[in-house]
Design a protein around this ligand. Structure first.
Ligand code: HGA
Length: 610
């Protein structure tokens, strides 16, 4: 979603801002802009569409300065227009960029109108610019004006502000949206995501909820919610530049699909380094937190939710614990009955998904303090708000449609299930060794599944002209069917639904005709014979079947039934292997339809608004 980058330096910051915004493009956006302070004035360039168009306009205007802010906007309040694009300017004096939503913007707008302010946009953001300007008029510094303003805001924000009357200062604030400060040599930066500034510095400070900060070329001062100056830890970011580059691939999604053996191996290595299924893997307090867990509640959105649905089977079977899985945005508005012995597990690639973050806050408010986050971005909001954490080591995921984050989340959740089972005396040493062995062999099996790409690409040609598709699976492969349908929807815009294969006859079978391709995930497990019966139900209605089955299954192709054989059945980790061909199917179908694979319409990578 929206992205922020800002810089104060002794060199021209415009190339830095443009480069930063390009690195934020993956988050999804609809317009972009920058504002700079130069020669006692604020200058701004904004464009709807791509950053490249805004860059060309900035070049044409010869924009250059030592102080500036930039933004990629994913509209929430007000349409996708140039006048709604950020930065917003108040009275030609100060410029501001904002991520998030100001909930009391209507009341503030009325107040500011009464004070004589005129509005140029329909955004909630513009009120913040005018409020800061209004406070500045009382003769206070830019920082003090920002600190007074944020106390009048309800909602979520990351803000960066510059003012022509103070060309040596950049100020910033955060509440509910991520924001970090990058520390350079004689220059400093602000960004919503470390990827925006990693080419300039790796030394970063993650701002905490309610923090404000003042950046000059020579230093940074951070203040907490009560405006007291505080010291925040300096971290060295490990994000690799290579993970932000496309390399030889056509799309980030393709690159990330192919990175899965490495991403899984790295995640497994972290588990092996910690000595296997040891509670310490989840943090130093893990023994105490996990000791008396009576049930598990998983909270997540989208693909992460499907990882949670898969994990439920493992947690129930291996740990013998009741497990509920909820969509985060639904959970937080239910009258949940809190259970202090319940382990609350949140899952998010970015660690900043607002719905999941709010669901976690709600779970805690119900007296549930046993919290664990599974996340791909260290130091992000969810791990920091949780007692325990297991980081997936997928590396930066740029494609909007999640792939390697999903399979590494599954590895982490499987590890959690086994660790809980071990703590509860249900998994003996021999079983632990078997499970570790299965994890060690997983990257190889995933690579075999990737080798099916040419066959899957041929199927994609048949899918490209279709309007609808069904995905079926049973047991742990039912969530993989859901994930396959979601991937196809997200990037090819084909309407797709995932169903438990046994549910077909209770309704969706009515949809089946010769125009409805039906994908079946049919591994060689205990449910194979049941799935075969479900396939017959579809075939009898003229449906064309596309079946992914294991190399050692007895399943064979026939009239109207196409078969691709994945590697030999890998047992309990089979859903991870079967995630690969459905990702490839979505990718190649999108390619055949010519859609924008990495930036699908209307979608954003890190969903930081409600
Ligand atoms: N509410 C602001 C910013 C939106 C945002 O943060 N999106 O991710 C707007 O609509 O401009």
């Amino acid at each position: 979603m929206c992205g922020i980058v800002g810089a104060i330096a002794q060199r021209d910051v415009v190339p830095l801002l443009v480069d930063g915004l390009k690195r934020l493009e993956y988050r999804g956006y609809d317009s972009a802009g920058i504002a700079v302070v130069v020669a006692d004035s604020v200058r701004r360039v904004r464009r709807t569409g791509r950053v490249a168009e805004m860059e060309a306009a900035a070049l044409a205007e010869g924009l250059g300065a030592n102080l500036g802010i930039g933004h990629t906007r994913w509209a929430t309040h007000g349409g996708v227009t140039e006048s709604n694009a950020h930065p917003h300017i108040s009275d030609g004096e100060l410029a501001l960029v904002h991520n998030g939503i100001i909930e009391n913007h209507e009341a503030q707008r009325e107040r500011l109108r009464a004070l004589g302010y005129a509005f140029e946009s329909q955004t909630d953001t513009e009120v913040v610019a005018h409020l800061i300007h209004h406070h500045r008029k009382q003769g206070v510094s830019l920082l003090a004006a920002l600190q007074a303003t944020v106390k009048e805001l309800h909602g979520a924000y990351a803000l960066a502000v510059i003012d022509k009357r103070d060309p040596a200062t950049l100020v910033t604030a955060r509440m509910g949206c991520p924001l970090l400060i990058g520390l350079g040599e004689g220059e400093n930066f602000v960004a919503s995501d470390v990827s925006a500034i990693v080419s300039a510095t790796r030394r970063v400070i993650f701002l905490e909820e309610g923090d404000t900060a003042e950046l000059t070329c020579d230093g940074v001062r951070v203040f907490d919610a009560s405006d007291a100056q505080v010291m925040r830890e300096v971290h060295v970011s490990e994000v690799s530049l290579a993970s932000l580059e496309l390399g030889p691939y056509r799309h980030f999604m393709q690159k990330e699909i192919h990175e899965q053996p490495r991403a899984i191996a790295d995640t497994v290595e972290g588990i092996l380094d910690a000595g296997g299924f040891d509670a310490a893997l989840f943090g130093k307090d893990a023994d105490a937190v996990l000791a008396d867990v009576a049930s598990v509640q998983i909270l997540a959105c989208g693909t992460s939710y499907y990882a949670g649905l898969t994990a439920r089977y493992w947690i129930e079977a291996i740990a013998g614990l009741p497990c509920a899985v909820d969509i985060a945005s639904e959970y937080r508005y239910r009258s949940v009955v809190g259970n202090p012995k319940q382990l609350v597990v949140t899952i998010s690639q970015s660690g900043e998904t607002l719905d999941t973050m709010e669901a976690l806050k709600y779970a805690k408010a119900q007296g549930q303090d046993k919290t664990l986050s599974i996340c791909n971005v260290p130091e992000s909001a969810l791990p920091r708000a949780s007692k325990l954490v297991l980081h997936t080591r997928a590396g930066a995921e740029i494609g909007v449609a999640s792939t390697k984050a999903f399979t590494t989340q599954l590895v982490a959740l499987f590890t959690l299930a086994v660790t809980l089972g071990k703590l509860r005396g249900r998994v003996d040493t021999a079983q632990q060794a078997d499970f570790l062995n299965a994890l060690r062999h997983l990257p190889g099996s995933v690579q075999h599944a990737l080798n099916l790409e040419p066959q899957v690409a041929l199927w994609a040609e048949k899918f490209a002209p279709r309007q609808h598709a069904l995905f079926l699976g049973r047991g742990t492969h039912y969530p993989i069917a859901l994930e396959g349908a979601l991937k196809l929807k997200e990037i090819s815009y084909i309407h797709a639904e995932g169903y438990p294969a046994g549910e077909l006859k209770h309704g969706p079978l009515a949809l089946v005709d010769t125009q409805m391709p039906v994908v079946v995930i049919a591994p060689n497990d205990a449910l194979l014979e049941k799935v075969k019966s479900n396939i017959q139900e579809v075939r009898a209605r003229g449906g064309e079947m596309f079946v992914f089955t294991d190399a050692d299954s007895s399943f064979s192709a026939s009239e109207g039934v196409h078969v691709i054989r994945t590697p030999r059945h890998v047992g309990i980790l089979s859903p991870i292997v079967h995630a690969i061909p459905v990702q490839l199917l979505a990718y190649h179908t999108a390619l055949a339809r010519g859609t924008d694979v990495d930036k699908p319409r209307n979608l954003a990578k890190s969903v930081t608004v409600e």
